[in-house]
Design a protein around this ligand. Structure first.
Ligand code: AMP
Ligand code: GLY
Length: 423
């Protein structure tokens, strides 16, 4: 089968590895890809937002399946566009992608279907939003309604800060015409949960824990994610059942009631308190960096899973995991998530990968004049598996010492929550 991956990050590198290692042998292409992805795929220099070129490439190369990594092309309707030309796509439709592109839409689905989530109200003008804020207590959660690359959420300890965040949204900081959601602050521990649905059945995959803040001890600004591990010890069978019954199943049912079929991966961002999950948000794609850890554990055929989903047959799929633990640590560029240097040369990846338990996924790297350069905010994802999380973490951090570039930064405490529970 010919498979085309859309995207250029660590998540797509991990998907490429899993597809390459799938027992069903496949010819792999990536667009635009990155130097790491090039290890497994032929990388094609087409912009992921150029749907017409993607369609032409897919037709000319007999692509059997297009897999879309990032949210932006999905929320711009790539699945609908390619389906029109009879090209199969592993990604939800434009309508279904509103679960990520509109926080208001997700809240409506949650409220209509009694899905546990924080109370929320939305506003399209500053004055009404302020009046409502005045009645609440800190911490205040302010969210721009639409896509904002993970930056549209502010959690404010004081009322003035919250009002400033409101102004930011209404002044167009996250795009013009954004409305705002003011949400109840949820206490607890965060969990990312992944399931696949073919429109009929839901196949639970696995949970993972991300580390959103830049610095150790969960301090500093929010980022795209600085590291992840799976499976998290907090994820008991009982909790997993609650996530399925109380959150995922009613969501798919609620969408169906509106005439929307969801095909693809559904990533629930959850807050868990006393073993009770609440929905924070949905993403309509695999998580980054969670996927880098998760796919290290997948034993069954990843390509087959994606094909069965698109064909509406996930019932036939026999999902199998390695009974191990996986961790990924993000190496970023000093200054991320704001301005950072884009010309440091990277050394030592080969040395880091001499440990067979370690895989280094590329996120923001480029080949410039024959050298590997750190050009992105998140640069590499050093990932490891082992029988225990402690060991996986030791492998990952020893591998990190072998990698060098000017401006290398990373968190030293990935998986601290799990390890503090184990020891
Ligand atoms: P989101 O983009 O909605 O995932 O929000 C980014 C981060 O903000 C989440 O990962 C949480 O850490 C935090 N967050 C969002 N909404 C809430 C909430 N209602 N209560 C507490 N924390 C939240
Ligand atoms: N790691 C969080 C995300 O992919 O949105």
């Amino acid at each position: 089968m010919n498979i085309l991956i859309i995207g250029s990050g660590g998540r797509e590198h991990a998907m490429a590895m899993a597809l390459f290692n799938s027992p069903s042998k496949n010819q792999l292409f990536a667009l635009p890809g990155n130097p790491g992805i090039g290890e497994y795929c032929e990388c094609i220099n087409i912009d992921p937002s150029n749907f017409r070129e993607i369609k032409n490439f897919s037709k000319n190369n007999n692509i059997d399946l297009v897999i879309v990594g990032p949210e932006v092309p999905i929320c711009e309707g790539i699945a609908d566009y390619l389906n029109e030309y009879k090209i199969d796509v592993f990604a939800p439709s434009l309508e279904a992608s509103k679960l990520e592109s509109s926080k208001k839409f997700t809240k409506e689905i949650a409220f209509e279907n009694n899905i546990p989530t924080g109370e929320a109200k939305w506003f399209d003008n500053y004055a009404d939003a302020c009046l409502y804020l005045d009645k609440l207590e800190a911490p205040y959660v302010i969210k721009a309604d639409g896509l904002a690359a993970g930056k549209g959420v502010a959690i404010c300890e004081d009322l003035n800060g919250a009002k400033n965040s409101l102004e930011d949204v209404f002044n167009g900081k996250f795009g013009s015409g954004q409305s705002v959601l003011i949400e109840e602050f949820l206490h607890g521990e965060e969990l990312s949960y992944f399931a696949i649905t073919d429109g009929k059945e839901i196949l639970p995959l696995m949970g993972a824990q991300d580390h959103k803040r830049l610095l150790d001890k969960d301090e500093g600004p929010n980022t795209g994610g600085m590291g992840a591990y799976c499976p998290p010890p907090m994820l008991s069978t009982e909790l997993e059942n609650k996530i399925m019954k109380q959150i995922l199943e009613p969501t798919i049912y609620g969408l169906r009631k509106r005439g929307i079929e969801y095909k693809g991966v559904l990533f629930a961002g959850l807050m868990v308190k006393e073993n009770q999950p609440s929905l924070i948000e949905y993403n309509i794609r695999f998580g980054d960096p969670e996927t880098q850890a998760l796919l290290m554990l997948m034993k069954s055929d990843f390509a087959e899973l994606l094909f069965e989903t698109v064909n509406g047959n996930i019932n036939n799929y026999n999902l199998e995991w390695e009974k191990k633990k996986a961790i990924t640590v993000v190496l970023a560029n000093d200054g991320y998530p704001s301005q950072y240097n884009k010309n440091a040369e990277i050394y030592g990846i080969e040395d880091a990968e001499k440990n067979p338990n370690v895989k280094v996924f590329h996120a923001g790297t480029s080949i410039i004049d024959g050298s590997l350069i750190a050009t992105g905010g998140r640069v590499l994802n050093v990932t490891s598996i082992a029988d225990t999380l402690e060991l996986a973490r030791e492998h990952a951090y020893s591998a990190i010492e072998k990698i060098s570039y000017k401006g290398k930064i990373y968190r030293n405490d990935i998986a601290w929550r799990a390890l503090s529970k184990i020891t």
